[in-house]
Design a protein around this ligand. Structure first.
Ligand code: NAD
Length: 249
C-alpha cells in the first residue's frame, strides 16, 4: 500500500459523492486522514464526514476548525463541492446566478479562507480546486455553469500567485464528463438515457466517460509531493477534449 500521504490530513468539500468521494478514498488509501465536508456527512469509514454548506460561512468555519481540533493539522484542501446549471445566458434569473456562483466560486473562497491559517503551518500544503472543461470549451446550454468554472480557473491562478511563497501550492483539475451520481441524474432525466450516455461518451476523443477514480488520481498527484514544482496549472482529465482542442457540437 502506498504511504505517500502518511501523517497528512486532507479536507475535501463535496467529499460524500462522485469525484470528491473517489478522491477521499484515494488519499485515504495512500495514508492520509481525510475529512469530507458535505451537506451530507454520511461517508464510509475510515473517512470522517463533517456537515458543511460551503454557501454558509458559519458552517464552513465550524467544520474546518473541527477538523483541525480533531487531527491537529490540515495539509491538503480539495475545493470540490459544486452544482450544475443548465440553459443559455437568459435561462436563469438573478437569484439562480447568485446561488450557483455562491456555491461554486465563493464557496471555494470561503473554505480556503478558513483553511489557510492551518495550511500555512503545514510543510506540505496544497490546494486543488475542481474546475471543468466548461471553463473554456464553449459548452452549449451551460452559460451559468461555465461562468462559474471560468471564475474557478481565475481564482486558482490568483491563489497560486498569492500563496506560493507561503509554501502552499494551488492547482486545479478540469474534468470532462465524469461518470458520477451527478451525471447519472442528468442521464436519468433525459428522454433516452442510453442515447444521451452514448452522445456524451462520443464527444470525448477516448469515446467514453471519464471515471471518478481517474479524476481522483489527478487530484492526488496535484495534492502530493510528486508534483512539488507544479503551481498554478490546470490538469485536464477529459479524454482528450482540451488537448486536442475539440469542442462539443
Ligand atoms: P456529485 O453531485 O456526485 O457530488 C457533489 C457533492 O457535493 C455531493 O456530495 C453534494 O452533497 C456536495 N455538495 C453540493 N453542494 C454543496 C454545498 N453547498 N456544500 C457542501 N457540499 C455540497 O458531483 P460530481 O460530479 O462528483 O462533481 C463534483 C465537482 O466536480 C463539482 O465541482 C463539479 O462542478 C465538478 N465537475 C464534474 C463533472 C462531471 O461530469 N461530473 C465534470 C467537470 C467538473
Amino acid at each position: 500500500m502506498s504511504t505517500e500521504f502518511d501523517g497528512l490530513v486532507a479536507v475535501i468539500t463535496g467529499g460524500a459523492s462522485g469525484i470528491g468521494l473517489a478522491t477521499a478514498q484515494t488519499l485515504s488509501a495512500r495514508g492520509a486522514k481525510v475529512a469530507c465536508l458535505d451537506l451530507n456527512p454520511e461517508v464510509p469509514e475510515p473517512l470522517v464526514g463533517v456537515r458543511c454548506d460551503v454557501a454558509d460561512d458559519a458552517t464552513v468555519v465550524a467544520a474546518v476548525d473541527a477538523v483541525f481540533a480533531e487531527f491537529g493539522r490540515i495539509d491538503i484542501l480539495v475545493n470540490n463541492a459544486g452544482i450544475g446549471a443548465q440553459g443559455d445566458v437568459g435561462a436563469n434569473p438573478d437569484e439562480e446566478w447568485a446561488r450557483v456562483l455562491d456555491i461554486n466560486v465563493v464557496g471555494m473562497a470561503r473554505v480556503s479562507r478558513a483553511a489557510l491559517p492551518y495550511l500555512r503551518r503545514s510543510p506540505a500544503a496544497a490546494i486543488v480546486n475542481t474546475c471543468s472543461i466548461a471553463a473554456w470549451a464553449g459548452l452549449p446550454q451551460r452559460a451559468l455553469y461555465s461562468a462559474s468554472k471560468g471564475a474557478v480557473y481565475g481564482l486558482t491562478l490568483a491563489m497560486a500567485a498569492d500563496h506560493v511563497r507561503e509554501g502552499i501550492r494551488v492547482n486545479c483539475v478540469a474534468p470532462g464528463t465524469v461518470d458520477t451520481p451527478w451525471v447519472g441524474r442528468l442521464l436519468d432525466a433525459a428522454p433516452d438515457p442510453a442515447a444521451e450516455r452514448a452522445a456524451l461518451s462520443a464527444r470525448q476523443p477516448t469515446g467514453r466517460l471519464v471515471s471518478a477514480d481517474e479524476v481522483a488520481n489527478a487530484i492526488a498527484y496535484l495534492a502530493g509531493p510528486a508534483s512539488g514544482a507544479t503551481v498554478g496549472t490546470v490538469l485536464a482529465v477529459d479524454g482528450g477534449m482540451h488537448g486536442l482542442r475539440l469542442r462539443p457540437q
